[in-house]
Design a protein around this ligand. Sequence first.
Ligand code: SF4
Length: 477
Amino acid sequence: MPVRAFSREQQWLLPPSLDDALAPDHAARFVGAFIDAIDAEAWAEMGIIRHGDPEGAPAYDARALLGVWALGFMTGVRSSRKLEAACHEQIPYLWLTGFQQPDHNTLWRFYQQHRDGMRALLKRSVRTAVALGLVDLALQAVDGTRVHGNAAQERTLDAAGLERLLHRTDARIAELESQQAASDNPALPRLPARLRAEVLRAQVRAALARVTAEDGPRTVNLSDPDAKLLRTRRGFITGHNVQAMASPVAASAGGGQIITAADLTPEVNDAHELLPMMEQAEANSGVASAVTLADAGYHSGANLAACAEQGRTVVMPDQQQAALTRPYHKEQFAYDRTGDTYTCPAGETLSFSGNTHDRNGGTVRQYRAARGVCAACPAFGACTRDTRNGRTIRAGPHDAALHDHRAWQASAEARALFRRRCWLIEPVFSVLKDQQGARRFLLRGATAVRAEWSWLATCFNLRALARGWQRGAFASN
Ligand code: SF4
């Protein structure tokens, strides 16, 4: 077999076209088309003035810079320096920039200036999927995941640790001050070591003020004060609890999911995120989903009562699921709304005996059987050990919603729907972490992390849309 002619110094009469070098169905082409379709109103919504300033050196076109960041976030490249290198070396990036090569400072400035406006791009990606009929909004699933922050674990300290560090820092500053005082030239500028110690002391004092505040956190991280100590299946991490709501994409468009809402919560658990995430998903898609799937972390009487009031159907297991079947659980006591009484498993009536308050200050109604009834009951000891009052049933303001939801959750329809939760939301986090590199945030502070998560979610959607485009799903719409 002859060998092909080979030369690294090959000259071309007509240079090869960059467009020819990029595969016709490459995702970069979809990114380019998606960005080119952004109208003036949407650019303004993102806070981007596309045509630049008439004065000064020509700026890069926002379409080129946005394209570079979008393709980077889609493929797990989130560092401006790596993106700069890609703009020199990789055909998809060269194609997106039109063979221009913005440096990392330019790329970073663009990201910094417009990161918050990118929430508008998340909404646009969702609306595009809806308009093309690619996403089935009848069903949505929400979940949270814990992502490492850009913060060293050993810099997460409680009040005692901060006190010790403050003591050491004060001693270090005193030592440096005495060294400087003993120097031949006391007019010397302060030593960098002393400046660093003073910055650290200010950080530690601010952190101490937070952990000693009445409702402050137990620990604070000195690198990222907004990062939290979070429990995960693999132990504790210093990071952020981020949320995503997703709906399925039609199989004909490549399957997968579209993220309809993404956010960062300042709390370590998910209980207060259900309604805000539903509202954000609705605002982004313009459609109220018929059914929302959630895990037990979102379960609360307040959430269920609010969902019932707003006519939202939610499928989520009870946090007390295992306890519900115990023979003397409150759930085994039948409530009679007409007489405002409970009937216990032994057939005795428990009547209203007065109000008390729960941990949050809410009013709780108490019900008890007539004096002596429980003490004489064969179930005494299993049902209650209170010889004075007998069994007390406490009914909070959301008991009716909890009871109704338990009946719904036990239905075959709800159980069948709930089985879809895992495959709907869990792969979203797998793709974000394994393919888009979201195992660790690169930036610090709640604002920057929220924006980074929003970018990741937007570019997750661009991946799904690009898949649909590659399969020709756009042509039929
Ligand atoms: S202990 Fe009292 S409340 Fe419990 S089953 Fe017996 S009578 Fe009913």
